[in-house]
Design a binder for this molecule. Sequence first.
Ligand code: FAD
Ligand code: NAD
Length: 159
Amino acid sequence: MDDRLFRNAMGKFATGVTVITTNVNGTIHGMTANAFMSVSLNPKLVVISIGEKASMLEHIKQSGTFTVNILSAQQQELSMLFAGQMKEKREVQFSDLQGAPTIEGALAQISCEVASTYVEGDHTLFIGSVKDIQLEDGEPLLFFNGRYGSLAVETTMQA
Ligand code: FAD
Ligand code: NAD
């Protein structure tokens, strides 16, 4: 099957956008990811899927931890930065959730310890045991058909 057909089909599944962060010996790394899912309530588990060519793969293997930062509609530039889609490098100020690196302004910051790892095809699935959560108000950044978007704002027509 053609790769483009597969990607176009997967792109019909509208998702939010996350930046995965991890701290390896004091250096913080980030990567944009939309392959994220809630797995279990009891115990509290989530899953992320990291491509074999992504340097994040080695970083998470080394740290054994990751934080999922669910981006707000105002954070498209951060998504592009951490997907390697910006020409210029930028310095990012990370925040901290009980020692885990987080992105300020993200709607949810979910810090995890790697509970198990599954290599499937050209991606690795990391099951994360959730350790801490911090929430902020706001609207989500969306990804659909290979494009960013945001929720349509409902307007009331006046007669
Ligand atoms: P790098 O190439 O090292 O880093 C990525 C970028 O982040 C670089 O430009 C780097 O400069 C910047 N960066 C990293 N850390 C910092 C820091 N501390 N300060 C400032 N800048 C920093 N790939 C997947 O494997 N799984 C997915 O679920 C997934 N979902 C995606 C969803 C979307 C909407 C998009 C656009 C891309 C997605 N990707 C996904 C692709 C992935 O984001 C890119 O392939 C990414 O470039 C891989 O990054 P890397 O780990 O190789 O890290
Ligand atoms: P796109 O049309 O490539 O992505 C549409 C959908 O296809 C994505 O939401 C994802 O579900 C799937 N997809 C894309 N690349 C994949 C891959 N290598 N492995 C598994 N699933 C994949 O959108 P785009 O704007 O061209 O994406 C920008 C870049 O980010 C591309 O290089 C793309 O490969 C990468 N990306 C990777 C993943 C992933 O690895 N899971 C997810 C999204 C985007």
